[in-house]
Design a protein around this ligand. Structure first.
Ligand code: SF4
Length: 490
């Protein structure tokens, strides 16, 4: 291991785009005490996309000859830089700070035991009680050394990675999962706010959800290679893990885990929404992000593009029977709403419908809940899509268009009422020719048919198969058939 000392020019990196600002409660900065990561030589180094990022590409000269996991630059002046920065902020500025430590290194890698750099940073944070959020992301049991300080920082959260409970998944070593479960339980016991990041979700035992719940952690975030690598899986596809594990891009087990955790009644979030799902603590932070403040509180009233109160004539989508006890929506690992402004025939399913997602309608949605939709940004339809955990035929596909005074009422396969006011149902004519050798699931997906019939891709103008097929492995015919075989064998 090559270790060099490096004098950094700054220590906080402002975030204006990317993964950490996509959630309902975005981060403002990241902080990495080290360049490079000692865990890069262990299992997570097989898929860690930090090795593809500029932070490593433009590493200090002394590390240039080293590969990921073999070289570390210690930012020797990190604590001083942080101390100066926080002291130079006004109290109002500090109250807006939401810091993620770290995205490109593990602040508690083994070297931290000798260097104590993260410890000094944590001690700097402990001098202030007015920041909005500090998330410390690690997979290392060494973090237990600092519980004594962390528990006294009112805005600190430990985010601890446990990708699986099956030690066989540790293809190249790393902190044992059994030790990690114990570390989380110890953090909770010590009074440290703790979330578990199942990121990425790797193959696991049927008891994984129970074991996670038993840790007592306050919240859970699940991520997958396709949802969370910042490139829809394209980054992971360049890394060794994708060659070692053929089913690396399958999200199904992660969705099922999300559903099990939601059914257990714990707070569970998905990918960017999950990581960016810790609500604002201070009023200054909330005011600093007015466009996302709609998500404050819970998912009872999610308002997208919508001033408060919603304008007259807005569509209101109500899930479940009003007045019933609230519970996680059962039976739909995937559940979303798209505001549809077009159709892109190169993609399948929800992706072929062009428009923004209604954030928050997701596997953690609760019923009953109401969602207010207004016609903005030029969308022509809203498209409600639920992928059932049972069989394809149970999926829910409800395209609607705005229609003052009209109502739509449908029921999911398992009896959940969906009621939409100021809307009319748009019918989807059936396509049953299985054209161009496509798997039947593609041509029967109502999302696709909706695009065909409402955006002009019909008859001779239908795209050829090469244009239509998404190059991602996760959507190949092979993958689809493999999934179907697996389902049959279960
Ligand atoms: S601990 Fe995190 S930053 Fe370090 S190699 Fe593993 S995934 Fe990458």
């Amino acid at each position: 291991m090559q270790v060099i000392e490096h004098t950094a020019k700054s220590i906080l990196s402002a975030q204006s785009s990317g993964f950490l600002v996509q959630g309902p409660y975005p981060f403002t900065h990241t902080l990495s005490p080290y360049t490079g990561c000692q865990f890069g030589g262990t299992t997570c180094g097989l898929y860690c996309y930090a090795q593809l990022l500029p932070n490593w590409r433009y590493r200090p000269e002394g590390l240039k000859p080293t590969r990921w996991g073999e070289g570390i630059a210690v930012k020797v002046n990190a604590a001083e830089l942080l101390s100066d920065y926080l002291a130079g902020c006004t109290a109002a500025q500090r109250r807006q700070l939401r810091i993620f430590m770290s995205t490109t290194t593990d602040p508690y890698m083994p070297l931290e035991k000798q260097r104590g750099l993260t410890r000094r940073l944590v001690e700097v944070f402990a001098r202030y009680d007015d920041l909005d959020l500090l998330v410390i992301q690690t997979r290392s049991p060494l973090v237990a050394r600092d519980f004594d300080v962390l528990k006294h920082i009112p805005y600190a959260w430990l985010s601890f990675t446990i990708e699986s409970d099956d030690e066989a998944q540790q293809l190249r070593g790393g902190p044992a999962y059994t030790t990690r479960f114990k570390t989380v339980a110890a953090a909770v016991h010590a009074g440290v706010r703790t979330q578990v990041a199942i990121s990425p979700c790797l193959p696991h035992s049927p008891r994984f959800a129970d074991k996670l719940v038993e840790t007592g952690a306050q919240r859970f975030v699940i991520d997958t290679f396709t949802a969370g690598d910042g490139g829809g899986g394209s980054r992971t596809a360049q890394l060794p893990y994708s060659r070692l594990v053929p089913a690396w891009d399958e999200d199904g087990p992660a969705q099922l885990l999300a559903q099990r955790l939601a059914e257990a009644g714990v707070d569970v979030g998905w990918s960017a929404d999950g990581f960016g799902g810790i609500p604002y603590r201070t009023e200054d932070a909330r005011k600093g992000h007015p466009d996302r403040a709609h998500a404050q509180g819970d998912d009872m009233q999610l308002r997208m593009f919508t001033p408060d109160p919603p304008p007259e004539g807005a569509m209101v989508l109500t899930l479940g029977q009003e007045g019933a006890p609230r519970r996680p929506l059962p039976g739909f690992p995937y559940f979303w709403l798209k505001y549809v402004s077009g159709f892109d025939a190169r993609f399948h399913c929800a992706q072929c419908l062009v428009g923004p997602f209604h954030k928050g309608i997701w596997s953690t949605v609760r019923v009953p809940s109401a969602h207010v939709l207004t016609q903005a940004q030029g969308w022509r339809f809203a498209y409600l899509c639920g992928v059932a955990e049972t069989q394809w035929a149970d999926n829910l596909h409800v395209p609607v268009a705005h229609a003052l005074g009209q109502e739509v009422e449908v029921f999911t396969y398992n009896g959940i009422r969906v009621h939409i006011t100021n809307a009319r149902r748009v019918e989807i004519p059936w396509i049953d020719d299985g054209w161009q050798g496509f798997p039947r699931s593609y041509t029967t997906c109502r999302n696709f048919q909706f695009g065909v019939h409402h955006f002009g891709y019909d008859g001779a103008t239908r795209p050829s198969q090469p244009e239509f097929t998404n190059p991602k492995n996760g959507r190949s015919l092979d993958t689809l058939q493999r999934r179907q075989r697996r389902r049959k064998n279960q």
